[in-house]
Design a protein around this ligand. Structure first.
Ligand code: CO
Length: 180
């Protein structure tokens, strides 16, 4: 068990396309363990391997349909709710959309409304190497699309209008300069 360092924008690794996992070995199992600890520690709801600097096609999501606005340390967070997606494939996009306020542990302090598909289906493998399918809707579909984007080297800010994105990034850079 270890807390890993989360890389943040504009780290170029975040733009890399992650690679297929060929074999689920002990390295992958311990990576997932560390990712869960890292996500909990940082109060995240989802995390992709690339966010801890490992360009492999795997992400985890805290699979809870109803949640409080803020995840706090006081709340019991259970590893049982964590779903692991290895080599995922997204499909079944329908012409219905959802606007959700998104954030990302790799772009700390930024939250913006992003439009996504309301329904998606996903095929993926679990840690036992078994294939499974989920038909998701609403915020869970949003979470899947957000994390899947990471595997493709995309970030949620890419989905904002250029004007909005420039504004958000300017503010972000200002904030992060101040910290140094
Ligand atoms: Co993210």
């Amino acid at each position: 068990m270890a807390i890993l360092e989360i890389i943040t924008y504009p780290n170029r690794l975040l733009r890399e396309k992650s690679k297929e996992i060929k074999k689920i070995d002990n390295n992958i199992i311990s990576l997932v363990d560390d990712m869960i600890d890292t996500m909990f520690k940082n109060k995240g709801l989802g995390l992709s391997a690339i966010q801890v600097g490992i360009p492999l096609r795997i992400f985890i999501i805290d699979w809870v349909e109803e949640r409080e606005e803020n995840v706090s340390d006081d709340k019991e967070r259970s590893k049982e709710n964590i779903k692991i997606f290895i080599n995922p494939v997204l499909y079944n996009f329908k012409e219905k959309f959802i606007m959700e306020n998104e954030g990302c542990l790799s772009i700390p302090g930024v939250r913006e409304d992003v439009e996504r598909f309301y329904y998606v289906s996903i095929d993926a493998f679990n840690l036992d190497g078994e294939k499974f399918t989920i038909n998701a809707e609403g915020i869970l579909a949003v979470a899947l699309q957000h994390e899947f984007d990471h595997l493709e080297g995309k970030l949620f800010i890419d989905r904002l209008s250029p004007v909005k994105r420039n504004f958000v990034l300017k503010e972000y850079k200002k904030k992060h300069k101040k910290k140094k």
